[in-house]
Design a protein around this ligand. Sequence first.
Ligand code: ADP
Length: 548
Amino acid sequence: MNGLMQDYPLLLSTLIEHAARNHGATEVVSRDCDGVVRRSDWAGVAARARKVANLLDRLGVEEGDRVASLAWNTSDHLELYFGVPGSGRVLHTVNPRLFQEQINYVIDHGGSRFLFVDRDLLPLAIDIATKLPRIEAVIVLNAHPPHDAEVTCLDYEALLSRETDQYNWPRLNEESACTLCYTSGTTGNPKGVLYSHRSTVLHAFGALIADGMALSALDTVLLAVPLFHVNAWGVPFAAAMSGAKLVLPGPRLDGKSIYTLLRDEKVTFTLGVPTLWMGLFEYLASDVSAGELKALPLQRVLVGGSAASVDLIRKFDKILGVELIHAWGMTETSPLVTVCKPLQHHAGMSEDDLYEFRASQGRSLFGAELRIVDDRGDELPRDGVSTGDLQVRGAWIANRYFGGDEPAVDGEGWFPTGDVARISADGFMRITDRSKDVIKSGGEWISSVDLENVAVSHAGVAEAAVIGVPHPKWQERPLLLVRAAAGQVLKSEDLMAYMADRLARWWLPDDIIFVDSLPHTATGKLSKARLRDAYRYHFAACRDLSGN
Ligand code: ADP
């Protein structure tokens, strides 16, 4: 027997209309590409989203067609977030930091006919459009387009000015596609993940809970995660749902630019990848007084995308008095799956143990399930000790890639994450490595993440990467690459001695190399693939001490 409740599809259009009706006057602040701060509100974003929908009707974009954006975090991009999917089209957000070949690949694969672009990315967009004849026009946000370009360039503002801000949003099937994001393709071509209205709205509900992001109408959120990175971790939707004030930082994410927005807009919550926060602390250490830091109203920061070190958690606590909340997810998981918030029984922990605990990735939100399996695919116990391949399934987890023939999951819906993890009896998950980053030394596994965490806890280290390098005797041995903290003179033997006090002897890196900078992927993660490539012969000449 069915229940007798209404069939009310979970749609992004209902979300933006909810924001306009209930939090219409709450601000949405945007620092544009030219550095100018523009102020609007949720009612204003909704009105312009309706104009976008009318514009797409006029351009003849069909339901289900993809529309690409190559843009930073601005209010123009935000209105596309609602106007494009709300009207039944699919917003394909493209990461401008990918390699040019990958950008061409994903835009071609996504199949868009129109490309919305920020002015500083216009040369890139024109280049793409000349190579991909399917692109009918490049639509330039917040700037006048050139008249002499090889491809049709249209003026977004001029186009919108002709449209009304009234629109009857279609009552779509909630399973219809809303947005498309590609993985960064560290192995092979990037793969497209096609989210649905239903999965996206459920993800926003999940993200909002008190043990998740705990966003409310009292919050001001600085969105330091790019809108092109996994739906900006769902925050535009969660903010519209909760009525939080939203601050969009534009292209500049250096320490100073972030700090001024945190201060001037009285931000209470922000989120982003660990490298972003390292940049912020480097700026704060040199340019901001302790008094000014204390005055910041910031309360919580969510970090994810790669592991947050104990050191980073400690810094937020000690320097800013801010709770750093560690979260885990992937493009394929919308992305939020786990969030680390201590339970009542953790209250008695020592400060150091609590930091260590908070560096774990946390428990899954309702709506997603986790498990670890061994090489044969058999489930391993949740005992906090067994280590295995992490799998996930749930209401906002991908089933299949865009354009892919094969399911991305097994027969029971489990998606293999490529991460290696432990899960405790009370559900806390700790990533010990990515399966391709684990160092296989003499038949045993060494966690590159654990080594990096110990290295960055040394005051002289700003950033560290550990990779497994082929070794004639041990199969692989760890190599540590270090970017020293500004103004610090660090000796290899001192760092090695420091690490020796904290790690098993056979885990210690065989060598330490100091570098001026470490390579990052398009989403700000350490690019270990590039490092592995560059240093693959580093131990080639090593000999077994026994002479073999
Ligand atoms: P890509 O694989 O394209 O870089 P994602 O952004 O989807 O794309 O990255 C997902 C991966 O990032 C996860 O599988 C995991 O390895 C890593 N990751 C994400 N969050 C964390 C975290 N909190 N701790 C450790 N690793 C993380």
